[in-house]
Design a protein around this ligand. Structure first.
Ligand code: ZN
Ligand code: ZN
Length: 284
């Protein structure tokens, strides 16, 4: 019996299944809420019928792909234009032919990667279309049955010079982030949650083991995040949902120091509280 793709309308997670799946492994996990009205799985045609597709160049050389209205967790896909082969990180909930044609005009996709299951979106569609190497940290293989991981990796993986994946664990066992040294950007997955103001400027930061259940990171998980972020140079942050420029690295480290010191909390902390007086982040 051929397998078909089905998406959970509660979280957007795709599964290949021989019938309507009995449950969604992502929503059944403690890190997500269960749907209150029971399972609602959609076929690709069912998902596509209700969505409009959008794209824009969000910073030079980085394209954003998303859909409206919101579907599942509403993940966004990022495409990094690279002379030696474009890199796709995270994915939108669904792709259509017009979007694929746009990606083709941008040079296609040479590498596919994602931070953790909440960023997977319709990653399986990208793999079917581009047949590119697909990189997932080995601890998250259990969530990847909708596609085929061709390059499981361990603690650090250099995709291209200056474009490096780092394993953080924490939120998910295999959670990882992508550092783009040339653009001074870090694709943090759900290691950080950004609170943005009306102008898209970050005004508070938080981090979570589980967002829906508001479970904080353990102290050692926060220390591990800090050890990774400390080594990276960045001022632009991408999550699976948004992008913000002018995110002070010192504020990120201070937030993680508070978590590591036993300040178990998921509350957003305002940037001025995290920054030493006179650091001048508002003028940056
Ligand atoms: Zn789900
Ligand atoms: Zn997540």
């Amino acid at each position: 019996m051929p397998l078909s793709p089905f998406a959970c309308s509660n979280c957007g997670h795709w599964q290949m299944y021989f019938a309507v799946p009995p449950h969604c492994p992502i929503c059944s996990d403690v890190r997500n809420d269960l749907p209150e009205d029971g399972w609602d799985f959609r076929t690709l045609e069912g998902v596509a019928a209700g969505l409009r597709h959008h794209r824009r160049e969000v910073i030079p050389g980085v394209w954003e792909f998303w859909t409206t209205p919101r579907f599942g967790l509403d993940s966004h896909g990022w495409l990094l234009l690279e002379p030696d082969g474009n890199v796709s990180f995270e994915a939108a909930p669904c792709y259509d032919e017009d979007t694929f044609a746009a990606i083709d005009r941008l040079g296609g996709i040479a590498t596919i990667a994602a931070s953790h299951p909440h960023g997977y979106g319709a990653l399986w569609q990208l793999q079917q279309r581009y047949d590119a190497p697909l990189l997932i940290q080995k601890e998250d293989l259990q969530w990847t049955k909708a596609f085929r991981v061709t390059h499981p990796w361990d603690e650090r993986h250099e995709i291209l010079p200056g474009l490096v994946l780092h394993h953080t664990g924490g939120h998910y066992e295999g959670h990882s982030i992508l550092h783009d040294a040339r653009r001074r950007a870090v694709f943090v997955g759900d290691a950080l949650k950004l609170d943005l103001d009306r102008n898209g400027r970050v005004n508070a930061l938080s981090c979570h083991k589980a967002f829906h259940k508001q479970i904080p990171l353990s102290p050692n998980e926060a220390r591990r995040y800090r050890a990774v972020f400390e080594r990276l140079d960045f001022d632009t942050v991408f999550t699976p949902f948004e992008c913000a420029v002018g995110v002070p690295k010192a504020a990120v480290l201070e937030l993680l120091d508070r978590m590591a010191d036993g300040g178990a909390s998921t509350r957003p902390v305002p940037i001025p509280v995290l920054m030493p007086a006179g650091a001048g982040w508002l003028d940056a």
